[in-house]
Design a protein around this ligand. Structure first.
Ligand SMILES: NC(=O)c1ccc[n+]([C@@H]2O[C@H](COP(=O)([O-])OP(=O)(O)OC[C@H]3O[C@@H](n4cnc5c(N)ncnc54)[C@H](OP(=O)(O)O)[C@@H]3O)[C@@H](O)[C@H]2O)c1
Length: 294
C-alpha cells in the first residue's frame, strides 16, 4: 500500500514517520524540501492534484494544516486555502485515481457549548476561523467516496511547537505561570495519535472517527501535570506556581471552545485501540525528551 503524507515536518508528521508500518510505501511531503521529504505546498491546489496524479497513492494522509489558531483570525484566506482547499484538491484527484483520503481534523470544529462530549456524527459549529476552515476541510474530504475524517484534540509531542514544550520552558524560566482553567478537553500525544492514524487507513469502520487520549483536563491541569512529571523525570529542577486563569483573564484573538471533549469509545472500538490516560501518555512523551533539549 502506498501512502502520500502531508505535513511530514509537523509534530504529528514526525510521529507518523517514525511509527510507519514497515510494509507501507511512504511518500512524505512537507512545505519545503528536507531529507527524505518532497516539497508540496498545500496552498497550491494544482500541485496537490498533480502529486496524486503522479504518485497514485492508495491513501493521502493529510496531516499538514494551517494550525496557528490565533493567527488564522487575521489570515482567513490562507487558512481556508490550506485547510479546506488542499483536502478538496486531494479528494478531486483521488476520485479519478481511485485512492482514499484520511483527513486529520480537530475538536475546534465544535463550539464547546453543549457541556458533554461530542459524538462523531454531530454537526460542526466552529467558533473561529481555524475551526471553520477545518470544518470546511472535513466536508471537502467527505465528498470523496471512501474518505475518512479523524478528529483529535490538544496535540503535543516531544518535538515541534506545542503546549507541553512551552510549559516545560516556562516552568524553567518563571516562578509563576498563569494558565486557563475553564477550558476543558483532552491532551493527545502524537505517539497515540500516529498509531490511530495508521490504524485508520487499515481498519474498516465509520467515516468520522474521534481520537484523543483518555480522561479530561483543563489547560491548567495539563500545565500542573507537566511540571510535576517534569521534575520527577529530571527535566526540570523546580516547578513554577501555576495560577488558574479564566478565559476572560487571558484574551486571545480566536475564541476557543470551553468544553470540547471528543467521545471516542466507538472509534476506539472500530480502530481496535485501547485508550491511554492522558497522564500516562504525557509520561511517555516526557520520557522521550532529553533534559538538555527540553
Ligand atoms: N496541534 C493541535 O493541538 C491540534 C489539535 C487538533 C487537531 N490538530 C490537527 O492535527 C493535524 C496535525 O497538526 P500538528 O499539531 O502536527 O501541526 P503542526 O505541527 O503545526 O504541523 C502542521 C504541518 O503543516 C505544514 N503546513 C502548513 N502550511 C502548509 C502549506 N501551505 N504547505 C505544506 N505544508 C504546510 C506545516 O509546515 P511548516 O513546518 O513548514 O510550517 C507543518 O509541518 C492538523 O490537521 C491539525 O489541524 C492539531
Amino acid at each position: 500500500m502506498k501512502v502520500l503524507l502531508t505535513g511530514a515536518a509537523g509534530q504529528l508528521g514526525q510521529a507518523l514517520l517514525v511509527s510507519k508500518p514497515p510494509e507501507l510505501e511512504l511518500i512524505a511531503t512537507s512545505r519545503g524540501v528536507g531529507p527524505g521529504l518532497l516539497a508540496l505546498d498545500l496552498a497550491d491546489a494544482a500541485a496537490c492534484r498533480a502529486a496524486v496524479q503522479q504518485h497514485r497513492p492508495d491513501w493521502v494522509l493529510n496531516a499538514g494544516a494551517y494550525t496557528a489558531v490565533d493567527k488564522a483570525e487575521s489570515e482567513p484566506e490562507l487558512a481556508k486555502v490550506v485547510n479546506a482547499g488542499a483536502p478538496g484538491a486531494f479528494a478531486e484527484a483521488l476520485d479519478e485515481t481511485g485512492g482514499r483520503l484520511l483527513q486529520v481534523s480537530t475538536d475546534f470544529v465544535f463550539n464547546g457549548e453543549q457541556g458533554r462530549p461530542y459524538q462523531p456524527d454531530q454537526a460542526p459549529d466552529p467558533l473561529g476561523v481555524y475551526g471553520a476552515t477545518k470544518a470546511a476541510g472535513e466536508a471537502a474530504a467527505l465528498a470523496l467516496y471512501g474518505a475518512r475524517v479523524l478528529r483529535t484534540s490538544w496535540v503535543y509531542g516531544p518535538v515541534g511547537k506545542n503546549f507541553c514544550l512551552t510549559m516545560l520552558r516556562l516552568h524553567r524560566q518563571r516562578s509563576e505561570i498563569g494558565v486557563v482553567a475553564d477550558q476543558v478537553g483532552c491532551p493527545t500525544s502524537t505517539h497515540t495519535l500516529a498509531a490511530a492514524c495508521w490504524r485508520a487507513i487499515s481498519a474498516d469502520g465509520p467515516q468520522i472517527l474521534h481520537w484523543s487520549d483518555g480522561g479530561a483536563a483543563s489547560w491548567y491541569d495539563f500545565a500542573v501535570a507537566i511540571g510535576e512529571l517534569g521534575v520527577k523525570l529530571g527535566l526540570l529542577q523546580h516547578v513554577a506556581a501555576v495560577r488558574p486563569l479564566t478565559t476572560a483573564e487571558y484574551p486571545t484573538p480566536a475564541q476557543r471552545p470551553s468544553y470540547s471533549l471528543l467521545e471516542c469509545s466507538s472509534s476506539r472500538l472500530a480502530l481496535g485501540l485501547e485508550p491511554l490516560h492522558w497522564r500516562a501518555a504525557l509520561r511517555e512523551v516526557l520520557d522521550c525528551i532529553s533534559p538538555s533539549l527540553s
